[in-house]
Design a binder for this molecule. Structure first.
Ligand code: NAD
Length: 287
């Protein structure tokens, strides 16, 4: 297959490398990142001109809308636009409608699994779009990931992603608060982990990605909170979730509070570049 890959940042470049390693012909484009092991075009339009599939992996919905306007006009009839960025549901739906109007197929498929998952081809994709479009994307999901869930029509992938990450943000804070309370009560952190990780308080945040250093499996807490998943990206996803909650009329008080706490971590404490589990240091340093 001939594949255009637009957006070769922390996630896009390793995803493109997985496709190249699987034998596909990839042409990349990024105005800033120019990895020397990926063939590059001089514009997004040039990259997509001969492609069966154009994949985008971009920072936000405004940038995706601008890139989509450029590439849709240059894509071949019947080809697929597969967007893997994490963006707002409205932009995902608008881009899919624009693609279909021009005779293109479209899938929104944000990912979970981070840079490690992108490098190892073990991402989880949550996809929105028509059945035919999902079927076109499926062989590529199998190369770049280990699981792909077809969640529904256009925008459903983004909806699933922000719901998942709202749970993640809230459970990470709850896990950090529990460690802070345990510290005050004189309960050692290993005992806390041993009990909670096998009791009803367990979660991915505790069991797999424990925010307390030296406890549980290896996690960013054991590596000076180098991401992993940065607090800035967590704040971005929580804000997408709150925007979606407001526009759809959903009630999400914990998601709202988690957004405020991550905004403080990023904007007041200047910790946006640290892993999101470093929330623990803010809760335990307040004496
Ligand atoms: P990144 O900032 O490293 O990469 C984004 C790339 O897009 C950059 O290289 C930038 O130059 C490029 N870009 C910007 N404008 C462009 C344009 N007009 N045309 C072409 N390229 C353009 O970000 P990332 O970490 O790779 O994340 C990409 C997306 O994946 C984001 O939506 C993010 O929320 C999501 N995501 C990231 C992670 C993670 O752990 N990093 C995990 C899951 C999802």
């Amino acid at each position: 297959m001939t594949i255009a890959f637009i957006g070769l940042g922390n996630m896009g470049a390793p995803m493109a490398r997985c496709l190249i390693a699987a034998g596909h012909s990839v042409m990349g484009y990024d105005p800033v990142a120019t990895p020397d092991d990926i063939p590059l075009a001089s514009s997004a339009a040039e990259a997509v001109a001969q492609a069966d599939v154009a994949i985008t992996m971009l920072p936000n919905g405004d940038i995706l809308r601008a890139v989509a306007a450029e590439i849709h006009a240059a894509m071949r009839q019947g080809s697929l636009h597969l967007d893997c960025s994490t963006i707002d549901v409205d932009s995902a739906r608008a881009v899919a409608t624009a693609a279909q109007t021009l005779g293109l197929h479209a899938v929104d498929a944000p990912v979970s699994g981070g840079i490690g998952g992108a490098t190892n081809g073990t991402l989880t994709f949550m996809a929105g779009g028509r059945d035919t479009a999902f079927a076109m994307a499926k062989p590529l999901f199998e190369i770049m990931g280990q699981k792909a869930v077809h969640c529904g029509e256009a925008g459903a992938g983004q909806a699933a992603k922000i719901c998942n990450n709202m749970i993640l943000g809230a459970t990470m804070i709850a896990t950090c608060e529990a460690f802070a309370l345990a510290d005050k009560l004189g309960l050692d952190r290993q005992s806390m982990f041993d009990v909670v990780s096998t009791s009803s308080g367990q979660s991915w945040s505790m069991n797999t990605y424990c925010p307390a250093p030296g406890v549980g499996p290896e996690s960013p807490a054991d590596n000076s909170y180098i991401p992993g998943f940065s607090a800035t990206l967590m704040l971005k996803d929580l804000r997408l979730a709150q925007h979606a909650a407001q526009t759809s009329g959903a009630t999400t008080p914990l998601g709202d509070r988690a957004t405020d706490l991550y905004a403080d971590m990023v904007e007041l404490s200047g910790m946006g570049g640290m892993d999101f589990s470093a929330m623990l240091t803010l809760l335990t340093d307040k004496d």
